[in-house]
Every structure is written in C-alpha cells, then in structure tokens.
Design a protein around this ligand. Sequence first.
Ligand SMILES: Nc1ncnc2c1ncn2[C@@H]1O[C@H](COP(=O)(O)OP(=O)(O)OP(=O)(O)O)[C@@H](O)[C@H]1O
Ligand SMILES: [Mg+2]
Length: 409
Amino acid sequence: MAQVVRRIGLSLGADICWPICYEALLRRLDLHIPFEGDTLTFDVERVSIEPYDLKQPCRYDVVIDRLTHWYHTSREWIKKSILLDDLYVFNNPWSLQSMEKQTSYCAMMRLGLNIPDTWMVPPKSYDDTPDLQHTLRSYARMFNLDEVGEKLGYPMFMKPYDGGGWRGVSRIDNADALRAAYEQSGKLVMHLQKAVQDYDQFVRCVGLGPQFRFVSYDPDAPLHDRYRIDDDFIGDEDKSLLADITMTINAFFGWDFNSCESLRAGGEWYPIDFANPCPDSQVTSLHYHFPWIVNANLRWSIFCAATKKRFRQALDWQPFYDIAADDSLSQREKIRAYAKIGHERMETERFEAFCAEHLGHLDEVSREFFGSDVARDAVRQKVQALFPAHEVDDFTQLFFERIQQWRAS
Ligand SMILES: Nc1ncnc2c1ncn2[C@@H]1O[C@H](COP(=O)(O)OP(=O)(O)OP(=O)(O)O)[C@@H](O)[C@H]1O
Ligand SMILES: [Mg+2]
C-alpha cells in the first residue's frame, strides 16, 4: 500500500479570494483517502507561466483553469497536457475556445429549449484587412435594419454574439433606438434578441460537476448586490428543471463549471445567457454564495484527481439529437433525458458516494474556516484589489458578514 500524492494545479488570472480559501481548506481537510490499495494525499499548486518544452511532462492530475478564455500561453499548455499527459481540466479548453453564445443558442434551440428569437447582423465597421474590400463588395448585401427590427419585434436586446461581462449590451425599444445602437456598435458582431418581458424570476444556476446552486439575480442592482441573498425564491420543480437545463448545456459542451441565466415569464423558463464557462467566482459579487463555490470546487476537483477521472475526448452530440428527435417525449421529458446523459458522463452516483465516504467533514471544516481570520483576510485582499482605499474596510465588513450569514444558515 503506497502513499500517493495527487496534484491539483490552479491556473489563475485575477482570482484572489477563492484560491486562498481553496488552498487553506484543502490543508485543513488533511485528506488520506484509501483508493485502490493506495493512500491518497493531495497537493495544490498555482500553475506558473514560463517557456515550456512541448514534451515537458505535466505534474498535475487535475487543473482548474481560469485563463483559457483570454491567456493563450496557458491555454496551449493545458491543451498539450491533455494530449500528451492525460491531464483532467475543467473546463474543456477546445470547447471553451470555440463555443460562443451564438453556438450555445443554436444547440439549445435544436434541443427544444425556449431560446428567445435571435438574429445576427454583420458589423457596422471593420479592421481594414487585405481581402476585406473585395469580400464586402462582392458579397455583402445592403440590408434594411428597420425590417430586421420589425420581423423580430420590440423590445429587444442588442448584444455581441460572443459576449460576456455586459460589454456592448443595450435594450432597444424602437426603430430609432435600433439604428442608433447599430451606429454605435463599431466592430462588434451583434445579436438582436427578443426581450423576455414581464419576468417574475431571474435566476443564475451555477453548475460545478453535478452540483448546482440557484441564485436569484437582480440585474439592476449595483454589482455587489446583484446576487441576492434569498434562498427560497423558487420551488423544487423549478430547481429541478433549472438544474437539468444547466446539466444539459454543460454535458453538451463538455463544461464542468458554468452558469446559466434564465428568466421565468408566464410560468415558462427562458434561458438567455449560458455560455459562461469561466463564471464569476469572486467574493465581491458572490458574497453569501461564495463558500458554496469554494466547497463545490473542492469536492469536484478532489473527486476528479482521486479517481483519475478521464478527460472526455469527444463532445458526442448524437445522443442528445436522438432524444430531441423523439416526438413521443414532452419538452420536460427530453430535458430530463439530456440531463441523464450528463449525470452518466459526470459519474454523479460515484461522485456522491465518494463525497459521502471521504469528504463528510468538509461542511464542518469549511463552516469553521469561513469564520477565521484567514478567510477574512482573503476577502480583504479581493476588496483591496477592486475598491478605492476609503471603501475597503466597509466592503470587507459587508462581504464577511454575508459569509457569516451563510455559516449561520
Ligand atoms: N432576451 C433577453 N430578455 C430580457 N433581458 C435580457 C435578454 N438578453 C439580455 N438581457 C439583459 O441583459 C443582461 C446582459 O445580457 P447577457 O447576460 O446576455 O450579456 P453578458 O454580457 O453575457 O452578461 P454577463 O457576462 O453579466 O452574464 C442580462 O443580465 C439581462 O438583464
Ligand atoms: Mg449574462
């Protein structure tokens, strides 16, 4: 019986708070997990950025990646480590690199979800590349934006087809506003999307492996109040549907970690934004929900590292399409069947048994940790990075108090 170390790498950008908490909690858990005749212990390290030989072996069993969407050196290192060293990474870097919002809309339309009607329009202006003039002169048709607006109907949202972080998003109520917004849109390739109106719930469902958290979201509040604290805003049926929708999206795209925004209007749920495979994990936005993310991340990464979960090499969409094409199934039945594929791919049963057997003390250890000075200091460091000096004390106090509310709940 050998002592075996499983290594988890954190590939980080501006994340400050959750890695500190993750590392401290992993130490406090003090894991010695019997697995297939060995005893597993766990190490966590931050992945450094430096020149590498493509044949350099990878030290990690699992990497939690927060850089792929914008830092290419790390992304390519991750891809080479999957190809050459069987690294398990979340999220799948190829999928993350190529599946924008528009792709996620199209896929979920095919699976029969309630995606609001959406058009794409060519951009207003361009970088002058060598072939541009010839291409546009030959093929770009003059179009009448008013007509597109009429076909889609008002109110609508204009937003980039590959958007994130509210960049370039505007609500549009009439043809004049549409023309003005298009004039302003510059080089962005834009969607026009029918607005979901009169919604009574706006939920962000965060999925991390087969774990889900439902957060009521207020888009009009200041950033630190957008994730609301209420726990009890939807019933079990809604939760089960939102979890199944999120699982469907994540399994379809090979994402373990994603957040799905849906609006409820007239009793129906409309997913509007679910290509978020590097979801906000900062205490300054999540506050009350922050410990959930850290704990969920620990559970999932420890499970994947311990069991040497195999990185799925193919996304394999056909099983989803087969269900979508089965006319004998209702929409809810289809979504349940898609989610079942997700649970099989993510090995939910095995994961839950693993957590029950080996991570039963996590809740207690983390409840204690999130009341500690180390946790408070992690909050402070993130606040210091984002807020002006004179607000640091107050906001540290505010976010830490909300975490204490989570501990009490
Ligand atoms: N079809 C829609 N109906 C109603 N509201 C919408 C719709 N599309 C977008 N919105 C509003 O605009 C906001 C931003 O849109 P969206 O989430 O698609 O952009 P984003 O840049 O991905 O935002 P983030 O990165 O914060 O998730 C949403 O939070 C919502 O308030
Ligand atoms: Mg959004």
